[in-house]
Design a protein around this ligand. Structure first.
Ligand code: ATP
Length: 362
């Protein structure tokens, strides 16, 4: 299989849009890396550049240490699976899967054997004589995967292959892809805008915004210690709570500071002068609301009992929206005044540029 290295990769379109902007990325051999980010952040463009379907304006692409930047797609030994599967409608499942082998002039008997093996392993062995139109979305998606797998490429590039599936099939297919990754020992770069996919499948997740990679690390590391405020807000549902405020004081020796609107101590990664603007952020599972008779920090606006957990929404006097996630149980009623308590050890502090600058201390 193959490692992939992107060095200062840039793609600027004719209208000046930088679809991909000086991206550096090292994907290890056998790694399952997920590129995640909002629509238009450059995920598909990166895959197309690696596949050779598009040409970078600057930067280099290496596969297994070989510079493939100027190679034709067929010489890169990568297989891409597209969101719409791109199957040939007039061909049977058998011929669709066998197509890349036929292009490489693999002998017919060998072709048949490899197609049967991969189709069996994906549970579509009974459909080889059907046409794509006679299959469900999930089955079509597996045919597209089979067509990529049968080639035994160095690298798989998946462009949102699960987005057309319904929730149940999608969840099953997530598990299947992870199993497939394990059995094939494949290098996979998987693109999605779905954070559940990113969190549940990736060994590392690269969060993208505006053509750049904001943070690349194992999913729980990104969730717990997002490098930027954008990453913190993109991963996690409901979104992380945020308070805008200022540093009130800073103690040089201990590196700790106090913040406006926050009862507790924050250890700051950098020296911050009093009055510096900051954003304090805490996940819903680390925020608690306690009902008070009068005063309070916020008013409960909505309670969502979701079965195993309950989401409680509130609004502050400054019109900030807050959300607390609790294991299902008794929740305050709508209209209650509440005091907010955060688990200080899980609080994150971002500077004016949105970079992680410190964390709370219990
Ligand atoms: P989505 O999740 O919606 O598929 P994406 O993250 O995959 O989005 P890309 O398709 O890579 O995003 O596009 C990145 C940016 O480049 C977008 O702003 C897009 O409009 C722009 N772009 C892509 N292709 C072209 C093109 N051929 N000409 C001009 N701009 C383009």
């Amino acid at each position: 299989m193959g490692s992939v290295k992107l060095e200062q990769l840039t793609r600027q379109f004719d209208d000046g849009t930088r679809g991909v902007d000086r991206v550096n990325l090292d994907v290890a051999d056998h790694e399952f890396l997920v590129l995640v980010g909002p629509s238009g952040c450059g995920k598909t463009t990166i895959l197309r550049l690696i596949a050779g379907l598009d040409t970078p304006d600057e930067g280099r692409i290496y596969i297994d240490g070989d510079d493939v930047t100027d190679l034709a797609p067929r010489d890169r030994d990568v297989a891409m699976v597209f969101q719409n599967y791109a199957l040939y409608p007039h061909m049977s499942v058998q011929d669709n899967i066998a197509f890349p082998l036929a292009m490489r002039r693999v002998a017919p008997a060998e072709r048949t054997r490899r197609v049967r093996d991969v189709a069996e392993s994906l549970g579509i062995g009974d459909y080889l004589t059907r046409r794509p139109a006679e299959l469900s979305g999930g089955q079509r998606q597996r045919v597209a995967l089979a067509r990529a797998i049968v080639r035994e490429p160095r690298v798989f590039l998946f462009d949102e292959p699960l987005s057309n599936l319904d929730a149940q099939v999608r969840s099953m297919t997530r598990a299947e892809l992870v199993r497939l990754h394990r059995t094939l020992g494949a290098t996979i770069i998987h693109v999605t805008h779905d954070q559940v996919e990113a969190m549940s499948m990736a060994q590392r997740v690269a969060v993208m915004q505006k053509g750049r990679i904001e943070h690349c690390a194992p999913p729980m590391d990104v969730y717990r210690s997002p490098g930027t405020l954008f990453t913190a807000t993109f991963l996690g549902s409901p979104s992380i709570n945020q308070w805008r405020g200022e540093v009130r004081s800073y103690e040089r020796g201990s590196g700790t500071g106090t913040l406006q609107k926050f009862r507790g101590t924050v250890s700051l990664g950098v020296h911050m002068m009093p009055d510096t603007d900051v954003v304090l952020a805490v996940r819903p599972e680390h925020l608690r609301f306690d009902v008070v008779e009068s005063g309070g920090d916020a008013t409960i606006t909505r309670v969502e009992a979701l079965g195993a957990e309950t989401l409680i929404h509130a609004t502050t006097a400054a019109d900030e929206h807050l959300c607390s996630r609790i294991v299902s149980g008794s929740a305050p009623v709508v209209g209650s005044k509440v005091r907010c308590t955060i688990e200080a050890a899980h609080a994150l502090l971002f500077d004016r540029e949105g970079r992680l600058a410190g964390r709370g201390r219990a």
